[in-house]
Each structure stands twice: as C-alpha cells, then as structure tokens.
Design a protein around this ligand. Structure first.
Ligand code: PLP
Length: 393
C-alpha cells in the first residue's frame, strides 16, 4: 500500500507466464498491434504512434526526451517535486538549455505561472510531470496543451504515477508526448513504458531519423543530427513497431505480455470506471486517516486519487512504524524523499490494491501500530470513518 510498485493483478502474472514467441512471429506482431490499440484506449488518444518502450518508466522518459531534444534546444521544466528534478536532469544530459521554475513541494502551478515562464524562456519543449509521486499531487494539465501550442512549444508529460487512476486525456488536453509505467495504477510490474506521440512529435523525431548501418537500405535516412541514443531512438523504434518492422532490439516478450494484459484490464473496466474506482478507495483511505486524527500533506484539491501523503505524528519514529506494519501485518507503506523524508508517509490505493478490503485492513493495522508507538488515536476511528464513507455510496 505504498506509492508503487504495488501487487500485480493475478491476470497480469498469468499472462507473463506464457511461452516466448519470436518478435517476427505473426502471433507476436499481432500482439504488438493489439497492444498499440489498447494503449490508445488507456491514453485516450488516436495517435498512431502509441507503443511500449522496453525498460522502466524512466526508459520512456529518456526515449521521449532524447528523441525530441537536440543539443542546444531550450526546454522549460516546471518542478513541483522529485520527478520534476528527474526531467530536468535527463533534459540536461540530452544537451538542452534547461530553464526551471519551481513550486514548493505540496503545491502545483497555475496555468498563468507556466505561461509566464513559457513567454520568458521561449522553449521548444515544455516537460512536466503529471502526478508527482513524491508529493502525491497532480498538476492540472487540461489548459497546458493549448498554451504550449499558442507559443509554439511541444508538451511532454510523465504520467507514470497518475495514468489509470486519474483523468488523463492525451488528445483532449493537447499533449504531444506522454509516457508511463506499469507498476502503479496499471497493476503490473515495472519494466515496460507505454508511450504515445502526436503527429507533430513524430515529425520532430523522424526529422532526425538515422537508420543504423548493417540494416540500412539504399535511400534510407542518415541524419546529420541523429538522436543521441540508439536504444531509445524513437525514430527507429517507431519503424520497429510500424509496418516496416525494422530490426531494432529483441522484444522483451514477457514484458509485452504483461503490458498488454495491464491495458486489457483497464480497457475492459473502462477508463472512467477505473478512475472512479481509484477515487472511491483513495477517498475512503483519506476518510480513515482523518478518522485516526492524522494530518494530510499538501494541497488536497489536487491530490492524486491513488496516493495520499500523511504527516507522521509527533513522538513516533516513522521508519520504525513502517517496519512494524510490514513485519506484523505484511503491509508496506511508503516513506518520502528530500524535504519530506522523516516527515511524511505516502499511502497508496492503486491498481490491484485499490480495493475496500485493502483500505480497511491497512487502517486497522495502522491504528495498532500508532497505538503501540504511543500516539493517542480513537479506537476504531480509521476503519469506522472509511466504512461510513463507503456506506454513503
Ligand atoms: C512520476 C514518476 N516518474 C518516474 C518514475 C521513475 O520510474 P521507474 O522507477 O519505473 O523508472 C517514477 C517512479 O516511481 C514516478 O513515480
């Protein structure tokens, strides 16, 4: 019950135990096409360029940024938590001239603040996290696509923590590139990074296409400014997933089975229904934590449905309490990074763990751990408040 990774859905685990198939087997290419279509449903997009990059969420981020950014490009990174710093770090390594604006952890930007920074820095690309797991908050993005478009910038966003559990609309919000991972609301393991690119973004990436020697045919593209990573070269990866089936990496077949099953689960449930499930159980958890007398961290108006930050009560050792929860009850909750370390726990209700039984069991166990740690709590206050919350529905 931490901020991810979480328990995988048993259907995903079963899918991942299937026999391997070579990447050019017709069954495999059909799975790849099917996976592309399924992720169009998850990302809510008609983008043809929708696929998975092999590697953890960070691989998706690196593929997006290294393929979009040419050395010397101006990139604006609004930072409101740890993963904004990661985008900045990766953009810098891609050779970008990075401009950063920062908000205090526990808050997010207004669209006007971001527009001001765009006007001041005139970036080619705005790179921003949607849900920053470190603070549990989600930056509203619905106006940002239009703002970027107005000022001639591309918009990239990292939806690793938010996708599947919160409203996320690639086409309606005008997002050019979005990436994610499986280990949060998608109910899978880490190791595969879903990604989607608008036609405009594909144009930028393909302008730098450089097919590697050894598989290059006469007339194939060789760019003067090739993408600075071979593994994360989205121009070649798009041809690998596209009708050309250009030889690139050996597909991580088992991860593909997993990624496909994660998307099948969400699409079968329906994206609005999945978001509502996360909202319901996330809100029940919040009701229970408040019922225990705990204080929440950050602007609750923009909290992600699937994870909540809780101030660690005075007098208790946060790490010792987490260790007791794990040892005595088999329940993991999260610590925090940077300025929040030792001050805030992060408790998740996501993917396979966004359920009534997990919420109630976590609250019951937490009450006992708090009690033994000397924190005065109302007996049954957490479970009672959560049940009352569910009862209303
Ligand atoms: C918002 C966000 N972005 C990126 C990452 C990095 O993901 P990974 O560890 O899968 O590479 C995480 C991991 O928790 C995350 O929460």
């Amino acid at each position: 019950m931490g901020p991810g990774p979480i328990n995988a859905d048993p259907r995903v685990l079963r899918a991942m135990s299937a026999q391997l198939v070579g990447q050019y087997d017709p069954a495999m290419t059909a799975y790849m096409n099917e996976t592309m279509e399924l992720y169009r449903g998850v990302f809510r997009t008609a983008n043809a360029a929708t696929l998975v990059v092999d590697g953890t969420s960070r691989a998706g981020i690196e593929a997006a940024l290294v393929s979009l950014i040419e050395p010397g490009d101006r990139v604006l990174v609004p930072v409101f938590g740890r993963f904004g710093h990661l985008l900045r770090e990766i953009a810098e390594r891609c050779g970008a001239e990075v401009h950063v604006v920062e908000r205090e952890w526990g808050t997010v930007f207004t669209p006007a603040e971001i527009e001001r920074a765009i006007v001041e820095t005139r970036p080619k690309l705005v790179a921003i996290v949607h849900g920053d797991t470190s603070t549990t908050l989600a930056q509203p993005l619905d106006e940002l696509g239009a703002l970027c478009d107005k000022h001639g910038a591309l918009l990239y966003t990292d939806a690793t923590a938010s996708l599947g559990g919160n409203l996320f609309e690639v086409d309606a919000w005008g997002i050019d590139v979005a990436t994610a991972g499986l280990q949060k609301c998608l109910a899978g393991p880490s190791g595969s990074a879903p990604i989607t690119l608008s036609e405009r973004a594909v144009g930028v990436v393909n302008a730098r296409k450089s097919i590697e020697a050894g598989i290059r045919s006469v007339g194939d593209a060789v760019s003067a400014s090739p993408i600075r990573s071979n593994y994360f070269d989205l121009a070649m990866i798009l041809d690998y997933w596209g009708p050309k089936r250009l030889n690139h990496h050996t597909e991580a077949t088992t991860m593909l089975y997993g990624a496909r099953e994660c998307a099948r689960l969400l699409v079968e449930e329906g994206m609005p229904e999945a978001v509502e499930r996360h909202r319901l159980h996330g809100s029940a958890m919040v009701a229970g934590l408040v019922g225990l007398g705990l204080e929440l961290f950050g602007d609750q108006g923009v909290r992600m449905n699937n994870v909540v930050g809780v101030e660690i009560p005075a007098g208790i050792d946060g790490d010792a309490a987490r260790a007791a929860l794990l040892a005595d009850y088999g329940i993991e909750i999260g610590t925090s990074f940077g300025p929040l370390h030792g001050r805030v726990w992060r408790i998740g209700t996501m993917g396979y763990n966004a359920r009534r039984d997990t919420v109630l069991t976590t609250l019951a166990a937490l009450e006992q751990v708090l009690r033994r740690g000397g924190v005065p709590v109302t007996a049954g206050g957490g479970v009672g408040a959560a049940i009352d919350f569910y009862g209303e529905r």
